[in-house]
Design a protein around this ligand. Sequence first.
Ligand SMILES: Cc1cc2nc3c(=O)[nH]c(=O)nc-3n(C[C@H](O)[C@H](O)[C@H](O)COP(=O)(O)O)c2cc1C
Length: 191
Amino acid sequence: MDLEEIIYKRRTIRRFKQEPISLVTLKKLVDFARVAPMARNVQALEFIIVENAEMRKKLFPLVSWAGSLPKEQRTPENGREPTAYIIVLVNTKIKRPFVDFDVGAAVENMLLGAVSFGIGTCWMAAINYKKIRELFEIPEHYDLKQVISLGYPDEESVMETYKDSFTYWKDSDGKMHVPKRELDDVIFKVY
Ligand SMILES: Cc1cc2nc3c(=O)[nH]c(=O)nc-3n(C[C@H](O)[C@H](O)[C@H](O)COP(=O)(O)O)c2cc1C
């Protein structure tokens, strides 16, 4: 897959096959994050890789899925949960003002890298920060930023042209539809 294909193919995935992702691959994704652009090249981001079944089971109820969908369509069903997670932390001992941009760049590197390996991801901020901190015994000098849920995709998600709502929706076949504004609508001006 070339980069263009990867960028357009990447969609948030919230249903996963129960085929494990190798630790080598998960570490490779963190490596993609490691080399992302960082303001002033200050590298405060660190990551927790979660592949252990018991920890995954404990983490699963601490993340919230697809808040825009009707309740019954949100959470992955039994047997379709993520098979791994990557938790994004900021080591505040080396924190810098632009760190949230650094997080965005690092996460996107991981999401695109995942697509290149055939892996689906869900970038998650609707998470129980307090309980996740407790579960992983995250020290106070680390900020917990987001959780990336990962697994081999067990659902399809497609882009469609934005009409009058940004709300993504699921059709009767379980296929996700994600409205995106057209290119000409987001180019404010060309000089
Ligand atoms: C910062 C951020 C936080 C997000 N948090 C969640 C979340 O907590 N739960 C979830 O199901 N999706 C979450 N998403 C995924 C978005 O809903 C998704 O990116 C959006 O609907 C567009 O779909 P697409 O990624 O397929 O383009 C988040 C995305 C971003 C960028």
